[in-house]
Design a protein around this ligand. Sequence first.
Ligand code: C2O
Length: 565
Amino acid sequence: AAVVEHTFVVSQMNMRHLCRDTLVTVVNGQLPGPVIDVTEGDSVVVHVVNRSPYSITIHWHGVKQKRNCWTDGVPMITQCPIRPGNNFTYQFNVDGQEGTLWWHSHVAGLRATLHGALIIRPRQGAASYPFRRPDTEIPIIIGEWWQQTDLVQLDRDLAGGNFNYSPSAATLNGKLGDLHYGCSGAMEEGHVLEVEPGRTYLLRFINAVLVSEYYIKIAGHRFTVVAADGNYVNPYTTDTIAIAPGQTVDALVVADASPGSYYMVAMAAQPTIIVPPFPVTTTRGTVRYRSAGAQQQPLVPVMPDTHDTDTSFYFHGNLTGLQNRQPSSSSVPTRVDERLLVTLSVGSMCRRQGQSSCARTNAETIIMVNLNNVSFQLPGGATESLLEAHYGRGLGAMGLVTLPDRPPVAFNFTDPALVQRGPREAWLEPTTKATTVRRFRHGSVVEVVFQNTAVMQTDSNPMHLHGHDMFVLAQGLGNYDQARDVVRYNLVNPPVRNTVLVPSLGWTAIRFVADNPGVWFLHCHYLFHVSVGMATVFIVEDGPTVGTSLPPPPANFPKCDGSRT
Ligand code: C2O
């Protein structure tokens, strides 16, 4: 196994798109940032040099960080952020995982431009892929271009009820493509993939956007999906890929069409008719055959409707895991030690502290998304991260609240009438704010059913668990009903993911083994949701045997006062 070393210099620079310069925060002057390309079993060393004006962290999305929670990179959950002018070196191993993951900043909206691919190759080389060996492999990151430059304020603004944020365009590998976005003379060439007839390409898609699920199609071609979130799946052939923020999808494409040019389109799926609406964010790149003769207009794929939720539901439902290829995705535990039903919802609370009833107006009440009616907030005035407090047996002072096992009121979660009324009128969900956690004994098997509610209209929610992969047992529409729905569980070959999509007006059931000691964030990967509380923390206790407890923090761990250990 090798040591793969990178230096990430984080700084601000101007980039010009849509006829205007925008100040963005990037790594090494690149957008997307550098690719970390490693082999399973390697050690990764990344020296982060923070020359930006912000306090930052980098999260290695999907890397399990076994007994290495210190390096998970979540501000105030696992570490104090790296202050402007300071450095920190992240060191971790990539063991027992293969496929496409990614890295991104975990501070407010900075991940819009601070992100890149993290590719883990099998030790025995590409010949050992459990699918047809590709001739070429290409990471393709779906991103968004934001002309608002204060994305670091976004958390505070959203929490204060200012939802005036929206992306200006979608991108493929940083390129906006040739669609118009309301500024004349702004035609840009999109991402170009040059192909040779007959060759096979492995496209490693990453959804790095802040706010939307995406649909991807290439005119005249089909995808064979072979992996998702760094876990192999049984080959699944489809003409449309559905990918939610945080997720990755690896797909083979054979250049078997007649030589020519074909658009690759990525289009935001917007289940909820948002008011005000996002500009429809669609971008296109081109798949161009090298042998193609005279230039012709590329063929355009027919995309699903932007409000289509079925295509995503069936895409996710059709994936099955390829078992026994990786230790991580071996077999589904049949025993369940802890069961949680977690509603992903939105409710209101009075703006004024301590007040329990108030007028349903913007001035008096605030709308907060929540899990089981509790909206997550970081502990106020903390001088160390939750992980440091946990390690030092100091969590008692942090004012933590246990995440309830189920919602306080069992109403008809997906009643269509609620979609019409919205949270303020429905008034079903009084919400409180707290630092919620749930503790698990080392080795516990945890089953979580994530239940969407119509109170938050028809949003889907990509729920991401740090430090563990999840077996995705089943999804369904409507209200989860244990007696009826457990029989639908796939306990044979469920897909294994780190980010599960909970379908619009439906639910998803997952199981995971809590065997990685530490403090792990669980949250919706829509920035607008995690910013206002759709999150909690799972604490996995140390195990009783040697090699099952959390070691001490690494050297030079940043302290919240700007010094280091
Ligand atoms: Cu990709 Cu907690 O994030």
